[in-house]
Ligand binder design. Structure first.
Ligand code: PMP
Ligand code: GLN
Length: 410
């Protein structure tokens, strides 16, 4: 008899859509607008800092909670931005990217049978994290236009078993930046039902068009019930370094640290040191003309470049205000699914994109196609040349398959 291979709790995980599409992109030499990672150089200051720390032999285990000067810099940064005092000793934890902290939080909070509310479309790791902790995901739909939840549906999702809510703002894949009014509505429910919030804010620095990023932890009554998770991957264009952090009050920090110590214990010491340098450098601390302003300006230009391309091929992107993805409706191109379309685009056109359906739980897709609109996600964290190449290929394809989407295709 063959040995049993995997635990039941891994049921239905499959392979991440990012792994699949990136492998297909590499195989076909596609311009990769799929997986969300910058294909341009990371800033010299942070690379030089990491090289220096390796050279100076900061190469052994960092403390499990994170390098103290990094935790101090993160706490000071939070206070500067949001006016809340955070204790680096008991309220900040550094780990292997936001990905690990999401799992740490879930394992640290959720008992078997507990329910966790997620908003759909939902980042691909959340539901597996809940499942690995033995919890049950309760999806609440965000619907177009505006990717709003229905207030009655949200209120009804809270039950006596609800342990936590995961919110992501700015939101992957929609680019939605949740408004203060929306966050207040969610906060009222969480306080009324004594529910913990896990707030994934990895795109906190990538906001456009005057939108304002508001951490839910800064609303009245929320600091004591929120774990805020962020990462240096997007902000410093180093997704491969995997340094993330969680800010939470001591009882919630204890839960995160308790799991973190046995999941990875600690992550790369020199990269933690380099992030501490970056966060304390004058150009990340001044209010004007600083690194973050330049980052947003550069991303604004990339967004405009890709928007123009998508508009020119009849796939205008939906409005967005944060993160680095554009979503286009691909329902009128004759494909059976968004996955089929993205596989075709990657392999045959030479432009990789991510389908949105993996951001929905399968039950929701099956029961209500209106809930999972047929959209493709294009990432604009890419060099100008990559976007230009993608544009050339997309235009060639659309001319070849003309006419452009029109009433008779719809
Ligand atoms: N949350 C969201 C919403 C993301 O998009 C990502 C990755 N792009 C992560 C978490 C993972 O972040 P990290 O690379 O720091 O693990
Ligand atoms: N967060 C990235 C994205 O949305 C992917 C990260 C990953 O591959 N897990 O594209």
């Amino acid at each position: 008899m063959a040995a049993r291979a995997a635990a039941a709790r891994l049921g239905g995980f499959g392979t991440s859509i990012f792994t699949e599409i990136t492998a297909l992109a590499v195989k076909h030499g596609a311009a990769n607008l799929g997986q969300g990672f910058p294909d341009f150089a990371a800033p010299a200051f942070i690379k030089e800092a990491a090289a220096r720390h390796i050279d100076e032999d900061r190469n052994q285990y960092a403390p499990s909670a994170g390098v103290p000067r990094l935790r101090a810099a993160l706490a000071a940064g939070w206070q500067r931005r949001y006016g809340q005092v955070v204790d680096p000793g008991s309220e900040v934890t550094v780990a292997c990217g936001a990905t690990e902290l999401l799992l740490d939080a879930m394992l640290g909070l959720v008992d078997p049978g507990d329910e966790v509310i997620v908003f759909e479309p939902t980042y691909d790791a959340y539901v597996p994290d809940i499942q690995m902790a033995g919890g049950v995901a309760r999806p609440v739909a965000l619907r177009l236009p505006g990717w709003r939840w229905d207030s009655a549906e949200l209120a009804a999702a809270f039950t006596p078993r609800t342990r936590a809510v995961i919110i992501n703002t700015p939101h992957n894949p929609t680019g939605k930046v949740f408004s203060v009014a929306e966050l207040e509505e969610l906060a009222r429910l969480c306080i009324a039902h004594d529910v913990t919030v896990i707030s994934d804010e990895v795109y906190s620095e990538l906001i456009f068009d005057g939108a304002r990023h508001v951490p839910i932890a800064t609303l009245p009554g929320m600091r004591e019930r929120t774990i805020t998770i962020d990462s240096m991957g997007k902000t410093f264009s180093v997704t491969g370094w995997k340094v993330g952090w969680a800010i939470a009050p001591p009882p919630l920090t204890d839960a995160v640290r308790a799991t973190h110590q046995f999941v990875t214990f600690t992550n790369s010491a020199p990269f933690q040191e380099a992030l501490a340098d970056a966060l304390t450098a004058p150009f990340t601390r001044s209010e004007t003309d600083n690194y973050y302003h330049q980052l947003r300006a550069a991303y604004g230009a990339r967004r405009a470049q890709l928007t123009a391309i998508l508009e020119s091929i009849g796939l205008p992107p939906l409005p967005m205000a944060g993160a680095y993805f554009l979503l286009s409706d691909v329902s009128r191109l004759g494909f059976a699914s968004d996955l089929d379309f993205c596989r075709f685009l990657t392999a045959e056109v030479g432009v990789a994109a991510i389908p949105i359906s993996p951001f929905y739980s399968s039950a929701a897709q099956a029961s209500s196609p209106a809930r999972a609109p047929m959209l493709a996600r294009f990432c604009f964290a890419k060099r100008e040349e990559t976007i230009v190449l993608a544009g050339e290929r997309l235009r060639k394809w659309r001319n070849f398959r003309s006419p452009l989407p029109s009433a008779e295709e719809g």
